[in-house]
Ligand binder design. Structure first.
Ligand code: MTE
Ligand code: MO
Length: 460
């Protein structure tokens, strides 16, 4: 598959469409020189090899060059003269507010510093989408307030024709983006650390990071311009390998070390496949906390990929690195290589009940248990529920749309046998056959807790 073909397939389809996921294939180790880098699975293998080489200090210029040369490209794109660098513009550096701007009523959210997770009981009775007022917020620092009239999206780097520099980039205004052909996409955004708190509470393992339960996920209907279209207009070359979107929120400081603004590289193949530059969420302009004026939506991937308050995108003819694909968002620990796993991309399978933690249920009558399951690998095929702590399992009834990049709703009737404490468990299987395990291997930063969660309830 060439970039050109993957671009036109994006152009031809509604991003909600039923395009199958080409993942899960167990591919042989690719020859770096001949690898088809438009295939996401192959790209991930190549990047992993590259990462290992880099960690070992062995990444030669030649292997970098080969990586680039293996990629077929769009190799076209006319830069609109009106958007050429040099036009005067006001600085879009924001004034800080926050950390979070929107109201965080305690019945909808659990607040963890500059982050807030959705309470799962607040999803009860909702449709497919997470209403914006209860969509989780994950801010490394704080929500900036940005003026869309002076804001510019800047593209620059060696992967664009003419290699525009950071101080003379190709620019798009908010109006420019609104004027381009839009796409809509129903997709989840999920924090890679969603469920992190269960490493401690279920597995007795201490990990660092926000101790989320399962509320660091939401599904919204996003509208915007395909990143592919903007890259093409900016003059994407066939040599482009990685793009590096960067936010306009303040620098992130970790343990006294300034790591600069939040930014995380994305392979060009994924950028051209299904990534959206979103300016609308659930039918309204993006609210400040979710990335106004424009954010990336990178379907199925770790939430960190979906950079909010987008300011610029570096497009490079060589692999790019930032703390967000080197020291964070990789798995470290005894079960992983010393230099860590490759950078995390797809999210894993998870399930949650639309119930309060420690919910009280009336005894002596039938209930219907409701929940949702999702996977970065594609659609949910099956959900099993246990109401006796995992001894026996029944199939839940799946209902509503089953979208590859969103979640699937399900329900199961339950008549508690008597008063007391119960643990409710839900275990989903996705279309690749991936099933939620009973436990997951420890990793120091507590990412990808995909084990079955034991949800306590009290029947009165
Ligand atoms: N610029 C910027 N983008 C960002 C972040 C951030 O702190 N700054 N957080 C990331 C993380 S870790 C997640 S999980 C998602 C959360 O998106 P939300 O706050 O809209 O739910 O945004 C991502 N994009
Ligand atoms: Mo995240």
């Amino acid at each position: 598959m060439t970039y050109a073909r993957s671009f036109s397939s994006i152009a031809a389809m509604d991003l909600d469409g039923t395009q199958p996921n080409a993942n899960g294939a167990d591919l042989p180790d690719p020859d770096l020189a001949d690898a088809d880098l438009t295939d996401e699975a192959v790209y991930e293998r190549v990047r992993a090899a590259q990462w290992r080489a880099r960690a070992a200090g062995r990444l030669s210029r030649r292997s970098v060059f080969r990586l680039g040369a293996g990629a077929a490209g769009l190799g076209l794109g006319t830069v609109l003269s009106a958007l050429l660098p040099g036009a005067a513009h006001a600085s879009a550096r924001p004034t800080a507010a926050g950390p979070i701007v929107k109201p965080l009523p305690p019945e909808l959210f659990v607040v963890h510093g500059s982050n807030a997770e959705t309470r799962w009981e607040a999803m009860r009775g909702q449709g497919l989408l997470t209403p914006t007022d209860r969509f989780f917020v994950r801010d490394h620092v704080s929500t900036p307030l940005i003026d869309a009239r002076t804001w510019r999206l800047k593209l620059w780097g060696t992967g664009l024709h003419g290699a525009p520099t950071e101080d003379r980039p190709v620019e798009f205004t908010y109006e420019d983006l609104l004027g381009m052909r839009s796409e809509t996409l129903t997709a989840f955004i999920e924090c890679t650390g969603n469920g992190r708190g269960f490493f401690a509470s279920q597995q007795g393992q201490q990990v660092s990071g926000t101790p989320w339960k399962l509320g660091a996920i939401g599904v919204a209907r996003w509208r915007g311009v395909p990143l592919a279209a903007v890259l093409e207009r900016a003059g994407l070359t066939r040599r482009a390998v990685d793009v590096l979107p960067r936010g306009l929120d303040p620098d992130y400081i970790d343990g006294g070390e300034n790591l600069g603004r939040v930014r995380r590289p994305l392979p060009v193949a994924k950028a051209l496949k299904d990534v959206l530059l979103a300016y609308e969420m659930n039918g309204k302009p993006l609210p400040p906390d979710h990335g106004f004026p424009v954010r990336l939506v990178v379907p199925s991937w770790a939430g960190i990929a979906s950079i909010k308050w987008l300011g610029d995108i570096q497009v490079a003819d060589r692999p790019l690195y930032s703390p967000w694909n080197t020291r964070y968002y990789r798995l470290f620990g005894p079960d992983y290589p010393e230099e860590g796993s490759p950078p995390l991309t797809r999210m894993n399978v998870k399930s949650a009940f639309e119930l309060a933690w420690d919910a009280a249920l009336a005894g002596g009558r039938a209930h219907v248990l409701h929940g949702r399951s999702w996977s970065g690998n594609g659609r949910i095929r099956r959900v099993e529920v246990s109401t006796d702590g995992g001894a026996t399992w029944r199939d839940a009834r799946l209902h509503g749309p089953s979208l590859a990049r969103a979640w699937t709703r399900w329900e199961l009737p339950w008549r508690p046998p008597g008063p007391g404490r119960y643990e409710l468990l839900a275990r989903a299987t996705d279309e690749t056959g991936a099933v939620q395990p009973a436990t997951v291997p420890y990793n120091t930063l507590g990412y990808l807790f995909g084990a079955v969660v034991r949800h306590p309830v009290t029947v009165t």
